[in-house]
Design a protein around this ligand. Structure first.
Ligand code: GTP
Length: 602
């Protein structure tokens, strides 16, 4: 295709502002789908994505749009993952485009996540076309939003397109704006092949499918290619695009986006950001910006029923086929038995995997406290040299007397909130050891940035933020590196036995508070037994908090249900069922829910 007729763009939007609905409309307008096919949203195709309304894997569709100037344009619309955990994938998708549509909800206005994505898009030198969506809503204030886009983001919004993706208003205007404002790609058809690996996923029929953006040269079937960073060679056996239906093509030329397959079995071999070139007469220099993503949040996953271990192993293996960014290795715990220590890009990523395991694979799991990766410098001993280790699991915490320094990852968080919630949000950040670095007001809203230790955010920061702001605050973060901290390991002991799934690394200053909170919550979460149960929090040998669950009177069932034999039976059955979801620690049965609930900070 003639380069001047190509437009590559993505859609930036805050969750729920209408990105998918708009994308579907654009596809429909260009004839990619019939009404019936439209009834299913096409760009988000995983169940969980649909339910939670988040996009996990990028998908790109190629549209043929005949513009008002009579010319037919090739539009490549790239769907980008909508969450910070997938920031690197987003950055590669953006690098494959020349522009972006910025969709802002006419009733909600600009939000923190929108900002982060817009800035990233601006960094990629994108032409940004503002779209104010949901103008059909009674609460829509398009003029107010136009002003916000100009004041907060600094974009000219005088020509923002007004749309209602739901009712199909303004769709052609969006397409015209894409053609008129977003610049065509550049590229040299005769230069050695250079294509960026934008995304990859596993398809049960085709094997690994790779989404590419060709920079120079041409990709075609039968070509021997190599991945410059991964160092592997492959034979291209299919090239094509999605319209959104999968369509085979003769080739993918410079400036174009499409997919290839090359008999690759594992996504791990097709890492996002790699450069694809030909084996013969290939490019000598890889594209800039390649980065290997590393998991940052770790937790243990154990089957509630030990008999499910094999099933868990298989299921994790299957999920991993499609997601090279999460890691797992076998782990055994005194009380939880065999399970896996898994690494994730962030909390949302963890939740997605956990939810897929329980929903798609029907597994009942116990998840241990999420932990970040600490860097620990150890001094030398008689038998060992000094060294630096990475700690993924509180259970592997080394002998404290050997520790010279512990460093923990920090993030820069941007929170955007209506004024009235600012006070409670500042307090929340302060409680989590945050350092405020900026606070600005725009209209009735505040934008505040904090530096925070990631370990204070991994558990329930986001939930707390949403609940204290009644859902209005939005949050976005980026990692800013490691910093030393006075961190200690806290053990929780139930009936004098340490519960490994509940041990965690905390800052010394907040340890006592956390310990007390956990003991109090566990007191309510663990049912009474026939004996007294002490619950203690300890750092090393020192007890820092303690609660006691009183003993149960033996004849309680007999008393309550004495006369009614059916009710008694029911109760016993219920208890039996409950058993499967309990774990024994020092003769104490702890319900599955307690493991996570105990960690929620009040
Ligand atoms: P993520 O995929 O989570 O990023 O969300 P999204 O931005 O793709 O939002 P989506 O398209 O799923 O729309 C979110 C909700 O807004 C859905 O319930 C849509 O039906 C609704 N919606 C989208 N566009 C419009 C619109 O123009 N008007 C109205 N009233 N509702 C809309």
């Amino acid at each position: 295709t003639d380069l001047s007729k190509i437009r590559n763009f993505s859609i930036i939007a805050h969750i729920d502002h209408g990105k998918s609905t708009l994308a579907d409309r654009l596809i429909q307008h260009c004839g990619g789908l019939t009404e019936r096919e439209m009834s299913e949203q096409v760009l988000d195709n995983m169940d969980i994505e649909k339910e939670r309304g988040i996009t996990i894997k990028a998908q790109t569709v190629r549209l043929a749009y005949t513009a008002r100037d009579g010319e037919t344009y090739e539009l490549n619309l790239m769907d980008t993952p909508g969450h910070v955990d997938f920031a690197y994938e987003v950055s590669r998708s953006l690098a494959a485009c020349e522009g972006a549509l910025l969709v802002v909800d006419a009733a909600q206005g600009v939000e923190a996540q929108t900002l982060a994505n817009v800035y990233q898009s601006i960094e990629h030198d994108h032409e940004i076309v503002p779209v104010i969506n949901k103008i059909d809503l009674p609460a829509a204030e398009p003029e107010q939003v136009r002003m916000e886009i100009e004041e907060i983001i600094g974009l000219d919004a005088s020509e923002a397109v007004l749309t209602s993706a739901k009712s199909g208003i303004g769709i052609e205007e969006v397409l015209e704006a894409v053609v008129a404002k977003i610049p065509p790609p550049k590229g040299d058809r005769d230069a050695p092949l250079k294509a960026m690996l934008v995304d990859s996923w596993y398809d049960p029929y085709l094997g690994v499918v790779i989404l590419v953006r060709v920079i120079d040269g041409v990709l075609r079937k039968g070509l021997s290619v190599k991945f410059m960073q991964g160092g592997t060679q492959h034979l291209v056996d299919r090239v094509g695009c999605f319209t959104p239906k999968r369509t085979d093509l003769a080739d993918i030329g410079p400036g174009e986006i499409g997919f290839i397959t090359a008999q690759i079995k594992e996504v791990e071999q097709a890492r996002v950001g790699d450069t694809i070139t030909t084996v013969k007469n290939g490019a000598t220099q890889a594209l800039a910006g390649y980065k290997e993503v590393q998991p940052v949040v770790f937790c243990g996953l154990f089957p509630t029923d030990a008999a499910d271990f094999e099933k868990l192993r298989e299921s994790i293996g299957k999920l991993r086929l499609n997601d090279a960014s999460f890691s797992f290795e076998m782990e055994s715990s005194a009380a939880l038995g065999f399970g896996f220590r898994c690494g994730f890009l962030g909390l949302l990523h963890l939740e997605i995997i956990q939810e897929r395991l329980s929903r798609e694979y029907d597994l009942d799991l116990i998840t241990t406290a999420p932990s970040v990766v600490y860097r620990i410098s150890l001094g030398h001993t008689k038998n060992e040299d000094a060294k630096v280790i990475e700690l993924h699991n509180p259970a592997d915490y080394p002998d404290p007397s050997r520790i010279v320094e512990i460093e923990e990852p920090w993030i820069k968080a941007t929170i955007y909130t209506p004024d009235e919630y600012l006070g409670s949000i500042l307090k929340l950040c302060q409680d989590r050891r945050g350092i405020q670095t900026d606070l600005t007001y725009v209209g009735g809203r505040a934008q505040v940035t904090y530096e925070l230790p990631l370990n204070e955010v991994v558990f329930d920061f986001y939930d707390r933020l949403k609940s204290i702001s009644r859902g209005y605050a939005s949050f976005d973060y980026e990692q800013i590196g490691l910093r030393p901290g006075d961190l200690v390991k806290m053990n929780i002991m139930v009936n004098n036995e340490p519960v490994d799934a509940l041990s965690l690394i905390v800052h010394r200053n907040v340890a006592e508070d956390r310990g007390r909170g956990m003991c109090e919550r566990l007191k309510d979460l663990i049912p009474r037994h026939l004996f007294k149960i002490p619950i203690q929090a300890a750092i090393g040998g020192k007890i820092i908090a303690r609660e006691t669950i009183a003993a149960l009177r033996k004849d309680v069932t007999a008393k309550c249900y004495g006369g009614d034999i059916t009710r008694k039976k029911k109760l016993l059955e219920k208890q039996k069922k409950g058993k499967a979801r309990m774990r024994e620690y020092g003769n104490v049965s702890i319900p599955q829910e307690a493991f996570i609930a105990a960690l929620r900070m009040g």
